[in-house]
Design a binder for this molecule. Structure first.
Ligand code: F6R
Length: 617
């Protein structure tokens, strides 16, 4: 999962490419590189580190002129992040240049074959092998660049999004996709083209975009319509030019210090957008077309299996509690990476709900393919419109959270829970597993959630003060019960991924079966103790921690008295139905990890070793 940009046209390519890489840095940021072509020469700058380091390098080492170029920001798979392994990679002759997102699994055997034909390699990457394979194909009599790319891709196993430049054909670029996304921005009268892993690098230049499908390649040539072909059989395809809905404001920080903080604060709006047209409280109706059109299947389902990874998996766990409580359908929640490799028992009576913010997570995608091959019906919950997972499902619902750029997922989580809640309520109504009064209460309470999230966000200053007390902790424990057990897991994940403090989430009662041994005066324990959620039991757990000198930070319901007396700090949230409370209790935990990470000097939006979407296994 890397970021690719490219430009060919009449403008200076460098500013477009470098700004594009900054917008794509969420996809990977351990090294970066750029190729610019000007006046017959290829200029290459590559460096370990972030795009800002690349900018310095370009300034010092190469002319930044020219109307064509490609850029790359990397999340290493083959070969450690260093200057040599960074992209772009160049072929033996120096004519071909490539940027690549993905993995070529059979690169080693191809490499040995190419070595026997006199090719030498400088990097440890699979990408350098691919560019030389293309060169080898192109060396055959009468083979043009596009054909050479096609012939090479027909030999590789793996996943890729690539952009290839040929110094001998400087007014065209060849792009291709299998498993990793790539978009082509089409300029006016085909006088310029933009290439990127998503549309964000070019939205200020054009709203017309072609998203290549898997196993498609395109030749973009100045002054000509884009030609799209199937890689396997060379058949021509009519390019589907889409109008982008994205605007610049959505992908900028909007006055916040970090995308993560902006996205935390966007949650009232994001949840409202998830409701839009779906939650009609006065009519007591929930409308989700993907669910409505397949109601019979849902009503006959013997089981729901949720597949997802990371934060999306946590949202799935909340979904398990909600579906079982409201709609009385048994739910299993599976890590997509485990599910796909363990020969799961699935049948056409099962419904699989796949959850993914990016819609590109390789394991979730593979889990969907497996489930469908066994006859299950797959409902996808995605944020990124048109993403691979969104296309691979039988049906689904978008979260409409807007672009999430901070690597740590925040608004994606709450909007995923929102969709799951809408689904569970709609099914409860259809199955008659909830009284109509209860149903109406939940609809009314759900509608109030965005305002209540706004209330919780007002604890920002208070949470920041708590963060300043615990910022140097080495370990943290997060406890919750019932609907809020997954929130404890999510709180711990947020803290560890952005502040590098070791944190664990546990069901509160499970603490005494092991984790209690860790508790001493240096152990902050974050406990979710909402008034309707097994309150007395959680209070007992808090007392057990206090009697071992642990430090308690409790998330409680407004007006709480008991926990306030025992805990070291409390953060109040407005009252709501317990099943809806994860939408509120999550917010202070997001803020806590954010402020702790900032105070520790961590790069909140780009935590070490992580990338926004995990398109490799
Ligand atoms: C954590 C985080 C990751 C993702 C996971 C799945 O903050 O962002 O754990 O939730 O990689 O990603 P998606 O939802 O894009 O499939």
């Amino acid at each position: 999962m890397c970021g690719i940009t490219g430009y060919i046209g009449y403008r200076e390519a460098y500013p477009i490419i470098i700004n594009g890489l900054k917008r794509l840095e969420y996809r990977g940021y351990d090294s970066a590189g750029v190729m610019l072509y000007d006046d017959g020469d290829v200029h290459l700058a590559k460096t370990k580190g972030k795009v800002s380091s690349l900018e310095e390098k370009v300034e010092q080492e190469i002319p930044n002129t020219g109307f064509v170029g490609v850029g790359h920001t990397r999340w290493a798979t083959h070969g450690v992040p260093n200057d040599v392994n960074s992209h772009p990679h160049i072929s033996k002759s120096g004519n071909l240049v490539i940027v690549h997102n993905g993995i070529i699994e059979n690169y080693d055997s191809i490499k040995q074959e190419l070595k026997s034909r006199g090719y030498t390699f400088h990097s440890d990457t699979d990408t350098e092998v691919l560019v030389n394979l293309i060169e080898e194909m192109k060396s055959q009599e009468g083979v043009k660049l596009g054909q050479a790319v096609q012939m090479a891709l027909n030999q590789v196993i793996g996943a890729y999004a690539i952009a290839v430049f040929d110094k001998t054909k400087p007014n065209e670029l060849v792009v291709a996709r299998l498993g990793s996304p790539i978009a082509i921005g089409v300029g006016k009268d085909h006088e310029e083209f933009f290439i990127a892993s998503d549309a964000s690098p070019f939205i200020e230049f054009t709203k017309d975009a072609i998203y290549l499908e898997d196993e498609e390649m395109a030749i973009v040539k100045i002054g000509r319509e884009v030609r799209v072909r199937k890689i396997k059989d060379d058949s021509l395809i009519d390019p589907n030019i889409q109008k982008l809905q994205l605007n610049l404001e959505q992908i900028e920080k909007g006055g916040y210090d970090h995308f993560m903080l902006k996205e935390i604060h966007e949650q009232p709006r994001a949840i409202t957008d998830t409701f839009r047209g779906r939650l009609l409280v006065n009519e007591a109706i929930i409308k989700l077309s993907g669910l409505e059109n397949n109601m019979k299947r849902f009503l006959n389902a013997e089981r729901i299996i949720v597949v997802a990874c990371g934060t999306s998996w946590h949202a799935g766990l909340v979904g398990e509690y909600i579906f079982e409580e409201f709609a009385r359908i048994p739910v299993e929640v599976e890590y997509a990476s485990e599910f796909r490799y363990r020969n799961p028992v699935i049948s056409d009576k099962d419904i699989v709900i796949a959850i993914s913010q990016s819609g590109e997570t390789a394991d979730t995608l593979a889990a969907i393919k497996l489930a469908r091959s066994k006859g299950a019906f797959v409902f996808g919950i995605c944020n990124v419109v048109g993403s691979s997972i969104a296309r691979e499902n039988d049906t689904g619902a978008y979260t409409h959270a807007g672009p999430e750029i901070g690597v740590a997922s925040t608004k994606a989580f709450t909007t995923q829970i929102t969709v799951l809640t809408l689904m569970a309520l709609r099914l409860a109504r259809a199955k008659g597993t909830m009284t109509s009064e209860d149903y109406r209460v939940h609809l009314r309470q759900l509608e109030l959630i965005p305002d209540k999230v706004t209330e919780v966000l007002k604890t920002d200053e208070h949470v920041r003060n708590i963060a300043s007390i615990y910022k140097d902790a080495s370990n943290c424990l997060y406890l919750g019960r019932g609907f809020n057990f997954p929130v404890a897991l999510e709180g711990a994940l947020k803290l560890k991924e952005i502040s590098y403090i070791h944190a664990e989430g546990y069901p509160a009662a499970e603490m005494k079966h092991g984790p209690i041994a860790l508790i001493d005066k240096d152990m902050p324990v974050i406990v979710i103790a909402t008034s309707k959620g097994h309150y007395e039991k959680v209070v007992s757990n808090i007392q057990e921690i206090k009697s071992r000198n642990g430090q308690i930070i409790a998330v409680v319901t407004e007006g709480d008295v008991t926990v306030k007396e025992i805990a070291d700090h409390v953060i109040e949230i407005p009252e709501t139905e317990e099943a809806l409370s994860p939408l509120l209790t999550t917010i202070p935990l997001q803020l806590l990890s954010y402020y702790i990470a900032v105070m520790r000097g961590c790069n909140v939006d780009q935590p070490r070793n992580l990338a926004k979407s995990v398109t490799v296994e």
